[in-house]
Design a protein around this ligand. Structure first.
Ligand code: KG4
Ligand code: ZN
Length: 340
């Protein structure tokens, strides 16, 4: 079985072909990603109209390239999956409409995939993990702790009441004058800094409900930065290190609480899984790895090239759905909001 996956929900245009190998495990046959970072950098964030236009300009070429690199033509494909949301609606429409047109013309099944579900199932593509598992989904738009009980069977245990974790990284980067998107830059600066120089808050730490709140932490960074301005390079590094340390403490604490709640909802987890753009962060990974050891669980984080948005995760989610007969018809809507 081979599935074409298309991703256009934010600022990455992506297309991939994923199949099933002889061992029954997922196999990425091609995975093409074109980032629009350069187009949006001057604005300090993603501009929806620019994103939608940029997707239109490259999507056909990118799909052709993904098929070619996978060594196949559209005839060899068993189904076409596209992210149908949540995301910037103009961009979602580009990918979904392209997939619908291809499915109509070729009479192949269409899978309108939830982008968050695709992040959630990536660990099954890379590591073949079985259900149920606890997922921390941490990206630029979402922060969720989820009990993943099966394909399409998700119970949200916790979420953020304000900023997403990636968004907090991006906002801290912006206020410290670092480029967009800020997460990787904050991580790089943090590696050079002293995480103990600034005594930043750990919002929600110790609370019984496994929710997050990050806007207060971001404000605390801003107040410290204003207090010591003008900032030297080492001030920026120390602020980044202190911020990242606070985020990791909060992530580990909130995930520990979610693990307790998980047992009532889904029994014993097979693994602790982290996904989404922020899962590229080594400090976050190490913190969760420590928690996994402490709780006797396996920790699974996608390889770096599958942490951010990509087509392989959409193709894989489509493959999982097709195997269960979960196909969509041409009326499947593009959705700006679509909770798991
Ligand atoms: O999953 P993703 O590629 O797109 C969304 O669906 O949002 O996540 C992008 C987010 C951005 O906020 C970015 O700054 C953050 O993930 N990010 C990181 C790192 N790499 C990406 N945050 C912290 N450390 C990183 N190394
Ligand atoms: Zn994403």
């Amino acid at each position: 079985m081979r599935i074409l996956g298309i991703e256009t929900t934010c600022d990455e245009t992506a297309a991939a072909v994923v199949g099933i190998g002889f061992d029954g495990r997922g196999e990425i046959l091609s995975n093409e990603v074109l980032s629009q970072i350069a187009e949006h950098a001057a604005y300090g964030g993603v501009v929806p109209e620019i994103a939608a236009r940029a997707h239109v300009e490259v999507i056909d070429r990118l799909i052709a390239r993904a098929l070619k690199k996978a060594g196949c033509t559209i005839k060899d494909i068993d189904g076409i999956a596209a992210a149908a949301g949540p995301g910037l609606i103009g961009g979602v429409l580009v990918g979904l409409t392209t997939a619908k047109a291809m499915a109509l013309v070729t009479r192949k099944p269409l899978m309108a995939v939830n982008h968050l579900e695709a992040h959630a199932l990536t660990a099954r593509l890379t590591d073949g993990v079985g259900f149920p598992y606890l997922l921390l989904l941490a990206s630029g738009g979402h922060t969720q702790l989820v009990a993943v009980r099966g394909v399409g069977d998700y119970v949200r245990i916790g979420t953020t009441i304000d900023d997403a974790i990636g968004e907090a990284f991006d906002k801290v980067a912006k206020l410290l004058g670092l480029p967009y998107p800020g997460g990787p830059h904050v991580e790089k600066e943090a590696a050079k800094g002293n995480p103990e120089r600034f005594n930043l808050p750990r919002p929600m730490q110790g609370r019984a409900e496994p929710n997050f709140s990050l806007s207060g932490l971001k404000t605390a960074v801003r107040l410290e930065a204003e207090r010591i301005a003008p900032l030297t390079q080492s001030d920026v590094a120390d602020l980044c290190a202190s911020f990242q340390a606070a985020v990791v403490d909060v992530v580990v604490d909130r995930t520990r609480v979610a693990l307790r709640a998980f047992r009532d909802i889904a029994g014993h987890p097979t693994a602790l899984v982290v996904a989404g753009g922020v899962s590229a962060n080594q400090a976050v990974r190490s913190g969760l790895q420590r928690l996994a050891v402490e709780t006797g669980l396996r920790m699974i984080a996608p390889p770096l090239h599958l942490c951010g948005d990509n087509g392989a995760m959409i193709a894989w989610a489509g493959l999982e759905r097709l195997r269960l007969g979960l196909i969509d018809d041409i009326s499947a809507p593009a959705r700006a909001r679509w909770p798991l």
